[in-house]
Unconditional design. Structure first.
Length: 100
């Protein structure tokens, strides 16, 4: 009789633990997970590109060369910003989509 009581107690503890695990796992599965896409980089990085300089009507050849040089450097600085933004966005998108 004593042995039967021990078996019943063991079975009851096992069933209770099993029910507890099922309740815990069910609770975790029913919690909705809201994913949020990362914020964009700081405003300094996201500033727009400056306008290119225009050549005046009465400009000398040296002024034209200077303006062209300034515009080339401005363009390439802007291109780096845009490329960096596109790269950041693609990396964040891939990370965001890889998490299920």
């Amino acid at each position: 009789m004593n042995n039967q009581n021990e078996v019943v107690k063991s079975m009851l503890i096992f069933v209770l633990l099993l029910l507890l695990v099922i309740v815990i796992l069910t609770g975790c599965a029913s919690v909705p997970v809201n994913r949020k896409f990362p914020e964009q980089p700081s405003r300094i990085v996201m500033e727009g590109c400056p306008n290119l300089e225009k050549i005046k009507d009465d400009a000398k050849l040296s002024d034209v060369a200077k303006t062209v040089t300034i515009n080339y450097s401005t363009y390439y600085e802007c291109a780096v910003k845009v490329d960096t933004w596109v790269e950041w966005y693609q990396i964040q998108k891939n990370i965001f989509e890889s998490i299920k």
